[in-house]
Design a protein around this ligand. Structure first.
Ligand code: CA
Length: 368
């Protein structure tokens, strides 16, 4: 049948046919994936962000690409999401790369290195500073394609049963802290423990640990740490920001239709903006409530920060000497960070320092 005759028989004009014919020729592809998250459902910023991604992907594909999210422990434990994606137990996962520095310390660059970049700088590195290319190359070894999908912003340093007034006070401190930060603190006498989010509170309550860090006021309040340790320290120098990522199994990614790939990538980029916006909006009220409830805010003394900074740089030099992979990414990353400091300390830092310290006229009274 001639094309023109076919269109006529189908009751379609030429213009409509040009659009309708290719669509009719394709069969709509229904795809169902499972995503394992490292986080419990109670953390609505982290776990909720995975749900947001699934919802957006579904809407962008008219419900054809469905991703079901599973909380930590439902399919795999919190700290085994990378493995589950790598070996195809699930098609994708939501997690933080620094949980896996035992496999390869270079993985840390995808989430955070102690004294690393803030959220803005991390995004600049990933999207426009060569970071994405370097991380994709690394994740390829694990059959994974990675997508930044959120950031916590600068974190708090966590909850302590006793005050940290000097470097000596770190000695013997049993603390829940993950990854390279744990290694740094262990050189200053801390006994680090890696514990998934849901299991921290019982450990702190029982006194199995003396201190625990998680994220910041909004999440920490939900996990209840303020009930069992009253000193709330800042800043979490090990997480000037912490980027979360969606890991997709390479084979599964390659089998996705192009438009579904675009939908997933777009939803992750959107979630990356929303997570930090949500934390910034929610942390204020949570911090107010925590302080009203008795939390004692403390800044780490500068000598403690400086001692940690020194050890961090020693550790990076050692890791770079041992691992060509770490060295390659660290060299590029630290050059980029140095350039970012150059720029940020001109306008951003001057502006921030002024507005946070100037005597301001009071804001309108709060209604509640
Ligand atoms: Ca943390």
């Amino acid at each position: 049948m001639k094309r023109r005759q076919f269109l006529k028989n189908a009751g379609l004009g030429i213009a409509a046919g040009a659009v309708a014919a290719p669509a009719a020729a394709q069969s709509p592809l229904q795809i169902k994936w499972r995503m394992a998250s490292s986080f419990p459902k109670s953390l609505d910023t982290l776990f909720g962000s995975a749900e947001q991604i699934a919802s957006r992907v579904s809407k962008m594909t008219d419900g054809k690409f469905e991703i079901r999210i599973f909380a930590a422990g439902e399919i795999v434990p919190s700290l085994q999401v990378l493995d589950a994606v790598q070996n195809g137990t699930v098609e994708c996962g939501q997690t933080a790369s620094y949980y896996y520095v035992g496999k390869n310390p270079a993985l840390a660059f995808d989430t955070a290195l102690p004294f690393g970049m803030n959220c803005r700088q991390q995004n600049a590195w990933m999207y426009y500073g060569g970071g994405m290319g370097l991380m994709r190359e690394l994740f390829k070894q694990y059959n994974i394609v990675n997508f930044p999908c959120g950031n916590t912003g600068t974190q708090m340093a966590g909850w302590y049963r006793r005050e940290i007034k000097s470097v000596a006070d770190l000695k013997g401190l049993k603390m829940r802290i993950a990854g390279l930060a744990g290694q740094i603190l262990s050189r200053l006498g801390v006994v680090p423990q890696q514990i998934g989010g849901a299991d921290i509170y019982p450990a702190l309550e029982k006194g199995t640990i003396d201190a625990a860090e998680w994220v910041g006021p909004y999440d920490d309040e939900k996990l209840g740490f303020q009930k069992v340790a009253k000193y709330y320290y800042y800043p979490g120098w090990w997480e000037g920001s912490a980027q979360l990522s969606i890991y997709v199994n390479m084979k599964q990614w390659q089998s996705l239709p192009r438009s579904y790939q675009e939908a997933l990538e777009t939803a992750c980029a959107e979630a990356n903006i929303h997570m930090v916006a949500r934390y910034d909006a929610m942390n204020t009220e949570a911090l107010r409530r925590l302080v009203a409830g008795g939390a004692q805010l403390r800044a780490f003394p500068r000598p403690v920060m400086e001692a940690c900074y020194k050890v961090a740089n020693e550790l990076y030099a050692e890791l770079a000497a041992k691992s060509p992979e770490f060295k390659k990414i660290y060299t590029a990353w630290s050059r980029f960070r140095e350039d970012q400091y150059l720029w940020f300390r001109v306008a951003e830092n001057t502006f921030d320092n002024f507005v946070y310290s100037v005597k301001r006229s009071p804001a309108p009274a709060r209604k509640n």
